[in-house]
Structures are given as C-alpha cells and as structure tokens.
Design a protein around this ligand. Structure first.
Ligand code: SAH
Length: 365
C-alpha cells in the first residue's frame, strides 16, 4: 500500500472546527493575527459574540465586509443547528434539540422563573456514568462536547431570552446549570474553559456571576480536587442519591471507584477552598432510597458540613419501573434530614411533560 501525502489537516476526530468560544482572549488575538488581521479585530468579534450575542458575521457592521467574511469563516463556524424545540409550563420551559456538525444530537433546556432565567446545558453527547434511573445514562457516551459547543448552548439561550421569544418579554439569562446530558467532570478541560467563557467579563466572555452557575457531578474525586484549585467559585452540586455505599454502588455505579466518604471529603475540599456551600442532589425513588433510616443517615453524614440537600422527585424515564416517592414519604424524608440541622429543599421539577426534566434528556431525533 502506498502512503498518501497529507495535503490537508486530519480532522480532529469527532470534535467540531475551531470556534471563537474555544479560545481565551489572548488565543483569539493570536488566531486573528495568524489570519493577517490586527489583534483588535479579535476584541471586535468578541464584543459582537459575547456582548451582543451576534454570531452572524454579516451583521457585524463595525467590521469591514471582507474582514467579516474571512474572520467569520475562520472563527465562527456554525456549531449548533436547531432541529426543533418544545415548550411546556405555558411556554416558560423550552427544550431545544440541537444537531452538531457531525450529526450528533444534544439537548438544552431554558427555564424562566419569577426571579431568574436558567439554562440547563449538556457537557457531553450521551453519558458514560450509566446511572440506571437516568435516561441519558442508558445510551452510553457518544462524545465529549467542545468548549464552544457548550458555550453556544448558553449564548443561544441568552439570545432567545433577549429577543423576547419567551412569555413575559425580553429577559436576561441569569443562571446556567450543568445538569443536561453528560458528566461535566469527565470532560474536564473543555468544561473548565467553558466556565471561564461564561464568567469572564465582556469582551472575553459573557460576564455571568460565578455563583449563578452550577456544576453538577457524580463525584469524580480527583477532578473535584482539581476543580477546587482552579480559582473558580461556581456552585457545586454532588449527585449522591444514597448515603450508603451499598445502595449508591447500584444507583451511581462510579461509587465503586470513589465511595461516599471520599466524594464528601472532596466536596468539603471544594467548599474549604472556594468558601462556597455545596448542594447534595438526591432523587427520591419510591421504595429504593426513601426510607426514614436513610434520611437519618444522610442528615448525620452532612451535619456540620457546608452542604444543603436538594431533593428531586424522580422524573420517570421510559422503560424504567421506578417512580417518585409519594408526598408523605418525601415529607418524612425532609423532616429526617432537617432534624440534624441540615438545610433541605425539594426541587420544583420543570419540563416533565416534554421529557425535559433532570435525567430525561435522551436526544432521540
Ligand atoms: N452527570 C451530572 C449532571 C447531569 S444530571 C450528575 O450526575 O450530576 C443532573 C442531575 O439530575 C443529577 O443530580 C442526576 O442524578 C439527576 N437525575 C438524573 N436522572 C434523574 C431522574 N430520572 N429524575 C430525577 N433526577 C435525575
């Protein structure tokens, strides 16, 4: 067999072409300079994209037409194509199905509340964590998302909000939760870069408040310690779902690698180094993890820690026999935790009817 000369770059397998949002501000300047333009053009592009949420080069009228075309082609390739969106809660919850450049599908969910506007984003297409109660976990991992593919979900949500497409008129996106498809800490570098794009001030980024961004994880312990050292102060949510290793081994299989006490120690490390209280996510599954003794054990485990508990009524997923705990059982569970002085809330589950609630995102075309 003769070897063919490599006349063009091999495509980065699976990942999309480079995009402005993949790059830090100095990297953008370098990229623009490489394209033969002065570095300040990078700031102009960034102001358009992060400041004005504009991703169509032809609308960037502060740039000369030829420059728009060249820089647009090189740095603003379209990454997300909306296939469709569905709405519920009288239009205040909207799930969008996106097609990525290679045909991969992901979903994000935009939720308007009286006091905030939150987008729930995906960090991976599919997920490798295989939690049996979660729809995303059933299909396995397809691939990591690039930094820009994550950021674009947020920018698209901010644009939808700003243009007044949601009931209640134009609004500003205030919160981002990494609770869509995927395990964010399994796509560490790209997710951390995306966090920087979200919190950096314009023109470097969107300038969102750190505490209004929540990263939810199964608790990949080494990555959690690393995150604690990033100098970021985003809100951490840990998906515990059981206070004991025996049950957690089955609900969150990665627990066999990093058990409950190690996960909590890593979350404590995050709290100590960032000064931020973390939340413990606990899906209430009827007759599985909702016994009073487990509430008691959870309360005892968390007492004295900088943590609060967020109970999520299980969102049933197709093909699963599991269901949410009945309300009286939930009430007793809340009281059992609160008896230890641990703050506990029950999450209002948005988007159930459109399979857009936590753990229901499956992105089946
Ligand atoms: N992989 C990350 C983030 C994605 S899921 C994580 O596990 O934290 C976001 C939250 O929804 C997690 O707490 C997850 O355990 C929870 N979840 C998954 N499936 C659910 C379901 N069917 N009902 C309620 N919550 C669910």
């Amino acid at each position: 067999m003769t070897s063919l000369p490599l006349v063009f770059d091999a495509p980065r397998r699976g990942l999309p072409p480079r995009h402005l949002a993949d790059l830090s501000q100095p990297e953008r300047r370098a990229a623009v300079t490489d394209l033969g333009e002065p570095a300040f053009r990078a700031d102009q592009l960034s102001r358009q994209y992060f400041g004005r949420l504009e991703n169509r080069p032809e609308r960037m009228t502060d740039l000369p037409a030829a420059v728009r075309e060249r820089l647009g082609e090189a740095l603003l390739p379209p990454l997300l194509t909306e296939l469709r969106h569905v709405e519920t809660d009288r239009g205040s919850t909207r799930k969008t199905l996106w097609r990525l450049h290679d045909g991969t599908l992901v979903e994000s969910v935009l939720m308007r509340y009286s006091d905030r506007l939150t987008v729930c984003v995906s960090s991976q297409a599919g997920c490798g964590m295989a939690c049996p109660f979660c729809a995303t976990g059933q299909g396995g991992l397809r691939r990591n998302l690039s930094t820009a593919e994550i950021v674009e979900q947020v920018v698209a949500a901010a644009r939808t909000a700003a243009t007044g497409e949601l009931p209640g008129g134009p609004a500003r996106l205030s919160n981002v939760v990494f609770m869509g498809m995927g395990e964010p800490l399994a796509n560490y570098n790209r997710v951390v870069a995306a966090l920087h794009r979200l919190v950096d001030r314009a023109p470097a980024g969107l300038g969102l408040a750190q505490r209004s961004i929540t990263l939810s994880t199964v608790g990949l312990v080494p990555a959690l310690h690393r995150l604690a050292g990033e100098g970021l102060q985003v809100t951490l949510a840990v998906s515990l779902h059981a206070p004991d290793d025996e049950l957690r081994d089955t609900l969150v299989p990665v627990n066999t690698r990093w058990p409950v006490h190690e996960v909590l120690a890593a979350a404590d490390d995050y709290a100590a180094r960032t000064g931020r209280r973390y939340s413990i996510e606990y899906a209430m599954i009827r007759d599985v993890n909702d016994q009073p003794w487990r509430a008691d054990l959870l309360g005892r485990l968390l007492s004295g820690r900088l943590a609060h508990v967020n109970l999520i009524p299980l969102n049933p997923t197709p093909g699963s026999a599991w269901d949410a705990s009945p309300k009286p059982v939930e009430d007793r569970f809340v009281a059992g935790i609160a008896a230890h002085g641990v703050p506990v809330t029950v999450r209002d589950t948005r988007g159930r009817e459109i399979d857009g609630a936590c753990g229901q995102l499956a992105a089946i075309g």
